[in-house]
Design a protein around this ligand. Structure first.
Ligand code: GLC
Length: 536
């Protein structure tokens, strides 16, 4: 894609490197595994890949604890392997987004090692260090005891097999202070109020742009600016990682935007932020304004958390229309990622997952597909003894099965780091579904092709259609005369749905059955069915 704002035109495909494909026999996916399967992504029709972290990391949070922002972890390969991925992705017209984790580093990052070494260290203020709070509730006891925590914040993760969230502070006995970590103790929060931190992190963006990276997915971006007083929050049960929404953050993002927009070589580079906040109105503010732009794109998670229900989805879409359109902010759509149960699992059936694919790929905005959703993968059932994630997210990170053989296209060797998802040896692998034109994989491919070819579906306007209860319908249109009608049954009952005037070709149908037929006046939706119609 060559459009100036190419991120509006593409479908992005998220790859979680550990789970994509292993080529060196250690049971963990690697960059070479990604390179070998770029053809799959191109065949599917995506226009960009987003790689979750592959940086040097002790893997306390499987890579979201970065020990060196500018190097590849040997588990995944080398920087040359990365360069090959970029080169071969670009050769297939795929943009490359990398994950960038600014809120926190690993506790093994040299910056934190230095910061921790003494109160006088020049990098002490690169992280959030605080004294014991003398007057906290029951605030006596020895230094570093729970009654003397600096505030009431809790970390986001409970830890493997735990149900209570520990405090967001860890006591460092050697230097006699607490440090802040909104996630694990192994993920100390960087202090973005410090201009040296801003400069050092901006350099890491430049490092990857110089290697040809087209953009960044910015991890928990709403977290980076903090209340300078680190005051208690009213609801201590809500970890601040998901509620922090501060003016300081917007100021930092505006600076980062200048770094990214200021990169001299084409194409334009972009940032998509993981704004992990509960309302679309909050998310909208992270796009900034024309005069003071912030993120190029932002994730908006309310739809991901919505049940498969027409009313709930209508409300989510209305919130996007009401909050993003008026400020010219381009939406994104996500159903699944590496942090949440897959939508095939949440919604409970493949037919719903198929209908959801039609929603994802025909709304106004940039869709993000999480590797494996094109196969209708369900979460793996991970027995207690194989659970590894402190955030309880192992199921959606199951390895991707490429074929039906015992090793499923991964290097034969030890079992992969997580169990295979259900039916990997039957219909749930790439090879089996490529051979089956009726598979969900082929449905995704048709939807991506239809979307790419239609200005209405990529960039066009959105308008609701009147539909019967339990069905949602919309029209996408672009000048001069490109138009698509989309109808989606959420009720599970299907039934007749009136059509706008004219004759309509069924361009895509979730089951594939009606494709190529013409409809006029009314169309019969299959239960859990969805269609894309084009004027005849
Ligand atoms: C984001 C990532 C998640 C990670 C967390 C901390 O939410 O998506 O995987 O654990 O940030 O970096």
């Amino acid at each position: 894609m060559t459009g100036a704002q190419w991120w509006r035109d593409v479908v992005a495909y998220q790859i979680y490197p550990r789970s994509f494909c292993d080529t060196d026999g250690d049971g963990v996916g690697d960059l070479e595994g990604i390179r070998r399967h770029l053809d799959h992504v191109a065949w599917l029709g995506a226009g960009a890949i987003w790689l979750s972290p592959f940086y040097r990391s002790p893997m306390a949070d499987f890579g979201y604890d970065v020990a060196d922002y500018c190097d590849v972890d040997p588990l995944f390969g080398t920087i040359e392997d990365f360069d090959r991925v970029v080169q071969e992705a670009h050769a297939r017209d795929l943009k490359v987004l990398v994950d960038w984790v600014p809120n926190h580093s690993s506790d093994r990052h040299r910056w934190f090692v230095s910061s921790r070494s003494s109160r006088q260290d020049p990098k002490r203020d690169w992280y959030w260090w605080r004294d014991d709070r003398p007057d906290s509730a029951g605030g006596h006891g020895p230094p570093g005891s729970p009654g003397r925590l600096p505030n009431n914040w809790q970390q986001a993760f409970t830890g493997v097999g735990q149900s209570e969230r520990p405090p967001a502070w860890t006591w460092d006995p050697d230097s006699g202070q607490w440090y802040l970590h909104m996630f694990l103790p192994e993920q100390p929060d960087l202090n973005w109020a410090n201009p040296e931190v801003r400069a050092a992190m901006a350099d890491t963006l430049r490092f990857w742009m110089a290697r040809g990276v087209d953009g960044f997915r910015v991890d928990v971006v709403q977290g980076i600016g903090k209340d300078p007083d680190l005051a208690d929050i009213p609801d201590a049960d809500q970890p601040p990682s998901g509620t922090n929404d501060r003016p300081e953050t917007h100021e930092v993002i505006r600076e980062l935007r200048k770094v990214v927009d200021g990169w001299p070589d084409p194409p334009a580079r972009m940032m998509v932020g993981e704004v992990y906040l509960p309302t679309t109105a909050q998310v909208a503010t992270y796009y900034g304004t024309d005069a003071n732009p912030e993120l190029h794109l932002s994730f908006n998670f309310p739809p991901l958390f919505a049940p498969w229900d027409a009313g709930a989805w209508r409300a989510c879409i209305d919130a996007v229309v009401a909050n993003l359109d008026p400020i010219g902010a381009w939406p994104t759509w996500v159903l699944s990622n590496h942090d949440n149960r897959r939508h095939r699992t949440r919604y409970g059936s493949e037919s719903r997952a198929r209908a959801a694919a039609v929603v994802l790929l025909t709304l106004r905005g940039t869709p993000f597909v999480y590797a494996g959703e094109e196969l209708g993968l369900e979460d793996a059932v991970v027995p207690l003894e194989r659970q590894v994630d402190p955030g309880g997210r192992d199921g959606c990170r199951a390895p991707l099965p490429w074929d039906a053989t015992a090793a499923h296209g991964w290097s034969p060797g030890p079992e992969p780091w997580l169990p295979w998802p259900p039916d990997a040896g039957g219909a749930r692998n790439v090879a089996a579904q490529r051979d089956d034109p009726a598979s969900i994989l082929h449905l995704y491919r048709r939807l991506l092709a239809v979307r790419r070819a239609s200005p209405a579906l990529t960039g066009g306007d959105f308008e609701w259609l009147e539909t019967p209860e339990g069905v949602l319908g919309w029209v996408r249109s672009a000048r001069p005369d490109d138009r698509r009608v989309v109808l989606v049954d959420f009720s599970g009952a299907g039934g007749p749905v009136p059509l706008p005037p004219g004759r309509w070709d069924v361009e895509v149908e979730t089951s594939g059955a009606g494709e190529g037929h013409t409809a006029e006046g009314v169309i019969e939706l299959e239960p859990d069915g969805a269609v894309v119609l084009r004027p005849k």
